[in-house]
Write a protein that binds this ligand. Sequence first.
Ligand SMILES: O=C(O)c1cccc(C(=O)CC[C@H]2O[C@@H](n3cnc4c(=O)[nH]cnc43)[C@H](O)[C@@H]2O)c1
Length: 221
Amino acid sequence: MWLLLSPTRLEAPFLRGEPFAFLAWKGLKGEGFVYLETGVGKVNAAMALAAYAASHPVERALLFGIAGAYPGSGLALGQAVLIGEEVEADLGLREGLKPLGFPALRKGGARYYNRFPLDPGLTASLKEGLGLGLATGLTRDLVSESLEEAEALAQRWGAEVESMEGAAFARACLALGVRGAELRAISNPAGVRDRGAWRLKEALTALERAVSGVLCLQAPL
Ligand SMILES: O=C(O)c1cccc(C(=O)CC[C@H]2O[C@@H](n3cnc4c(=O)[nH]cnc43)[C@H](O)[C@@H]2O)c1
C-alpha cells in the first residue's frame, strides 16, 4: 500500500477513490493507495506525513507534484524526474545550518544539516521501473522570484529542481523511519513568474503517467 501525497488536489486530478477526511486534511482511499492533499509548503508536508504515520502503518510514501527547473538543469518543461536528495535551503544562515553548529536531525549515527536523501533503494526501483532520471531538489517556503535568484540558489546548493515541500518530506521520512520517494514534473522555469511561460498541462500529464506507473509496478518495492 502506498501513501501518496501532493501539495494540492490540482496535482492529482487523475486519482480515483473514496473521499475521506483526516484531521486537517482531505484524502482518497483507492486501489493500492491512500492519498492525502497536504497543502502547500514545508510545514504542511511534514505535518501531514507525521500525523498520518502516527496512527497508520506506512509501508512506503510518495510525494508528487509540480516544480520549477533551475537554469542550466537540462530539464524540459513537462518532464518528470525522481528526486534523489533534497536541500532545505532556508534553514540556518545563507550558508546553511552547519556554521551554527547543530544538525537539523541526528539519526543512526548520521547528522543531517541541510541535505536529506530520499530512500535510495525505493528511488532506484522507481527509476528503473519508470525509466525516469534523477535530480537534486531544493526546497524553500519562498519561491524564487527572478532568474538571478534561481541561478544563485542552484549554484550555491547544486540543485536542479525547486519546490516548497520536498526537503520537509524527506526529513520527516528519515525521522519517522518511513521509506519515501519524491516525484516532480516540471511546470515552469524556476524564477519565472509569468504564467504564460508555465506548462501546467504538460506537467500534469507527466505526473499522471508517472504516478499511474508507480501504482502498476509489480515487483516488491
Ligand atoms: O506566482 C508565482 O510567482 C509562483 C511561482 C512559483 C510557484 C508558485 C506556486 O503557486 C506553486 C506552488 C506549488 O507548486 C510547486 N512549485 C511549482 N513551481 C515552483 C517553483 O518554481 N518554485 C517553487 N515551487 C514550485 C510548489 O512545490 C508548490 O506546491 C507561484
